[in-house]
Design a protein around this ligand. Structure first.
Ligand SMILES: *Cc1c(COP(=O)(O)O)cnc(C)c1O
Length: 447
């Protein structure tokens, strides 16, 4: 009997609640700190976020129902496919017992997992009468996700886009503008935060930390505007758990249980999406899966950062949170995986790594592109440079099992497609792509 390759979930079987990891963390999450260094309550976030998202940010309910209006939009591209990478397995010469599965989030309108939270955030803002939202974007994935969500719910979107990506990826900017958003290269002259950076370094290529400062400043100084973050925060990780919950149902259809679940990490929400539902499954005694977070060597937050309180942005406008961090003023080298260039990570993810519930590894970009091209030539999908980090480790895990003569089922999240990242592939194909380590990054506030 021919074996199945695609595990298609009916839209009527899509999960109807998000999974909240907060009540299941091994140690309670330490509170965010305000400007005076004292813990802040949820009300401190009210100028920037709608009440419903603030409630989700601190909720200890294990499941939070997804409103019907959000489910309706999700259904335009969800459930997303889960596939067995049979062709890749064959090309790698894997034995029977070593299997690779991937959950594919590139089918969303933005081409990544990011609309899962953008749609939810736009909806909850609109519910509370907000018609303008500012945000930052790295490679442009988050900006385009929010731009679409803004168009769907009638909200004006203003995007500060990290300059290196603004220049490398003009098509992402055009996409955002086509959906109706306004896009600025960051650092810009439009904010105090941006001007401060440009005074010190007129050639700054920008960073997510700087772009967040600019977007927060604009929202904080405009009464009728809110701010939206595409990763890191608890409510963002929460919204992404639709991914892992679907994956669990689809892996059941495949009659397989993953031994390892892999995802790339920028701010951590994509990885949270695939892994937190498996973390809970492990707590329930239904899974033994190792959970592996993959980050770039150029921005190795979890593997080389300090576990301490730090700001989420360059200009210290956000609260401080307990995270692994490379420093809020760290500007990583201009790797092509723009979405992975964040100096810190989601506090929930950092908590789980710190408590040894989740493993972290860092990989170089050239090896990631090798894996991405190997994947594209086997499975046909051109991966986003961010996602290639997960593919690298998925292939390495499979090959290690093959070498050891062990059985292993590998599941990874293919967080997006790379159709807007062709300049990166052009550089890889031309052999001009180079590796950067942590030391190739810079700090804004140098002594
Ligand atoms: C933004 C992005 C990531 C990183 O997501 P985080 O949730 O911030 O970790 C990964 N893959 C793709 C394709 C992205 O666009």
């Amino acid at each position: 009997m021919p074996e199945r390759t695609r595990f298609v979930l009916d839209e009527r079987d899509m999960p109807t609640a998000w999974y909240n990891v907060l009540p299941d963390l091994p140690t309670p999450l330490d509170p965010p700190l305000g400007p005076d260094g004292n813990p802040i309550g949820p009300e401190a976030l009210a100028p920037l976020f709608p009440m419903e998202l603030i409630k989700q940010e601190v909720s200890t309910d294990r499941y939070i129902d997804i409103p019907g209006a959000i489910i309706d939009v999700y259904k335009t591209y969800r459930p997303s496919p889960l596939q067995r990478a049979r062709q890749l397995e064959k090309n790698l010469g894997l034995p029977e017992g070593v299997k690779i599965f991937y959950k594919y989030e590139g089918v969303s309108p933005a081409g990544s997992h990011k609309p899962n939270t953008a749609i939810a955030q736009a909806y909850f803002n609109k519910q509370e009468g907000i018609n303008k939202i500012s945000t930052e974007t790295g490679a442009g994935q988050w900006g385009s996700a929010l731009a679409i969500a803004g168009a769907l719910f009638g909200i004006e979107i203003e995007v500060f886009m990290v300059k290196v990506s603004f220049n490398q990826k003009p098509y992402r900017r055009i996409l955002m503008e086509t959906y109706g958003a306004t896009v600025h290269a960051s650092p810009s002259n439009l904010t105090n935060a941006g001007r401060h950076v440009l005074e010190r370094d007129p050639d700054s290529t920008g960073s997510l930390g700087i772009a967040i400062s600019e977007a927060v400043e604009v929202a904080a100084t405009n009464e009728d505007m809110h701010y939206s973050l595409g990763s890191v925060l608890n409510h963002v990780c929460l919204h992404q758990t639709i991914v892992g919950q679907e994956a669990i149902l689809q892996m059941e259809m495949a009659e397989a249980e993953p031994d390892v679940v892999i995802g790339c990490v920028g701010g951590g929400s994509n990885f949270a999406g695939i892994s937190y539902p498996y973390y809970y499954r492990r707590k329930q005694g239904l899974s033994n899966a190792r959970l592996v977070a993959v980050e770039p060597k150029a921005c190795p937050t979890l593997t080389a950062g300090d576990y301490r309180y730090d700001w989420g942005d360059e200009a210290k406008m956000t609260p401080q949170m307990l995270m692994y961090t490379l420093g809020h003023d760290f500007v990583p080298a201009g790797i092509h995986a723009g979405g992975l260039r964040y100096h810190a990570d989601a506090p929930t993810l950092c908590n789980l790594v710190h408590n040894d519930e989740i493993e972290a590894v860092a990989v170089h970009q050239v090896a990631c592109f090798e894996a991405a091209v190997q994947f594209a030539r086997a499975e046909g999908i051109l991966p986003a440079p961010e996602s290639s980090h997960a593919i690298r480790v998925a292939i390495d895990e499979a090959l290690a099992a093959k070498d050891a003569g062990e059985d292993k089922t590998v599941l990874f999240n293919l967080s997006g497609h790379g159709h807007f990242d062709l300049s990166a592939y052009e550089a890889y194909n031309a052999g001009t792509l180079i590796d950067y380590d942590f030391a190739s990054g810079t700090h804004v506030e140098e002594d």
